[in-house]
Design a protein. Sequence first.
Length: 178
Amino acid sequence: MEVESADAGSWFGPEFTGQRIPTLTQLIDLINADGLNVNFELKPYLGGDERAAKLIDGFAAELKRVSPTSQVIVSSFNASMLKQFKALSPETPTAILFKRNQLNENWAAVADATGSKIIHPDVRGLTQERVRKLKQAGYQLNVWTVNNLRTAYQLFNWGVDGVFTDISHRFPEAFRAQ
């Protein structure tokens, strides 16, 4: 396969040249071996509905191999794909991703249509009042992408459940354990 032979590391630095992208099977083996928790994001697929459905079917089947001790969330900006996945794997928690301009009056209808009890909003433009409303509506809230510790502290004080970050190594141990 083309993906398996791609160099995924050289852009990061010469010492990572030759680093390969793991297959889903290899990734699940790693998740199970190390007891990892994971958020899988379903990316939009432009190859047609039939091919997208086949990919989602295969993905849902492969996820059944993940150890029950690992926490898995499947998220997407694409409500249609998320709904298809949820129909195949109703026990798997799903999250709808929202860009800041998408989190409008119909956000709850979109979340409900996908079977998602988790919202993943963009940090940009997120307010304490919006966090309060989302939490009062009964949704778990994981905010992306939070690369500032002060912002992370503020969000946790507002009541968010988690953050996505590129700087997890700089977070205090108390945050990393959540």
